[in-house]
Design a binder for this molecule. Sequence first.
Ligand SMILES: *Cc1c(COP(=O)(O)O)cnc(C)c1O
Length: 463
Amino acid sequence: MSLAPLDPTPQLAAEWLATASAYVVDFLKRLPEAPASDTSDVPALLADAAVRMPPGEQGRALGDLLAVVDRSAAKGLNSASAGYLAFIPGSGLVSAAVADLVSDVLNRYTGMAFPAPGLVALETDVLRWMLDLFGMPQDAMGILTTGGSLAAFSAVVTARSARLPENFLSGTVYVTEHAHQSVAKAVRLAGLPERSVRVVPVDRELRMDVDALRSQVVADRAAGSLPFCVVGNAGTTDSGTIDPLAAIADVAEDQNLWFHVDAAYGGFFQLTDRGCSALQGIERANSIVLDPHKGLFLPFGTGALLVRDGELLRRAHSGGDGHYLQDLGAVDLPSFGDYSPELTRDFRGLRVWLPLHLHGVAAFRAALNAKLDLAEHVHAVLSADPNLAVPWRPDLSTVVFRCATGGDEATLALLNRVNDERRVRLSSTRIGGQVHVRVSILNHRTDLTRIDEALEAIRQHAA
Ligand SMILES: *Cc1c(COP(=O)(O)O)cnc(C)c1O
């Protein structure tokens, strides 16, 4: 007898859900005390035969399997923790997990509009909400992707197909040294050679030098290259710095460049007054990358791309007709498969739609405002400490600093000592040749209490 029939009885289904829900609730209860990271004894975990077992011929009890999951998740960086301030945090809303559960059980096909028109309409509506947030016109189009990297890939492919001839190897793209690696990767995946990426210098505030951009574009064109795209950062991963987007838009306009904005980190701060004014110019972009799994606190696997001219996105991605699709009727909705590299995909729209409707947009705006407040607080406290150097005022919710004396070695030692306490997890980067520690606040659970714990630890270890 098998312990678990593939299709459970209603009673067994309810038992599984109760077991899973008890586990999740317990996880959430333990979370405030759980370490923000635990990187000890990882080899022992990876060598644990009770964890690394092949599936047996006979099934096992769900509770036992969830215990294996729990043990496996105990090591590494705990991005769900309020103390997770490393890289760009993504925390994961419980409401989105409920949406995933429902959409996985319904398992409707949303790669095309005809098989699930109502559900595709829900996803279309959240995309319209995002497009409206950035003032995109009615013929704009968005897609939900698995993340910012895939969105960047589709953006570059769209820009390439819209602006370059079929022989596109002379195309050039303009970025700063603080652009996320996903941009250069997207350019390479789009078939352009490494030399296509031109790095424009930044000013002392780490923002793109727009005069340098303009002269480089003019010089490259005179030398026979085909400048076609400029990428502005709406929050760099290093320091959360926002490039002068309106000034870049001016250059893009008179140099006939596709203006792409990487807003994977900063985009949803557009919901706040401060963010909206810091991001001015973003509404002139030809394409925008967003990461709802960062700025909307959704689970990993939720990115987005917005394209001003939706028809260009379609032309770059449409697969044409397959005879096996001939039974699909017409519906007055976009088929996502025509606008993205994917066809069959999870119904990820529900994981955006349900939290937005359940909590209301104001809840997200308030959470993002709270992150900006916390970053201002961190900046004020760290700036006042003579043992630390805090070179830049944060544009968004990331503050970078280093030790005032002792160089990179002292800064890295400080980072390690703070992380070793496991209440918070910070990360570091290199800016202007020097190591800087980053405090990046984008977890919906991060509050003033935890931030003050972080500040206390930083100041104490810096002394
Ligand atoms: C996170 C990030 C990306 C990459 O997005 P993924 O979702 O990790 O693929 C791109 N750009 C910036 C600025 C980011 O912060």
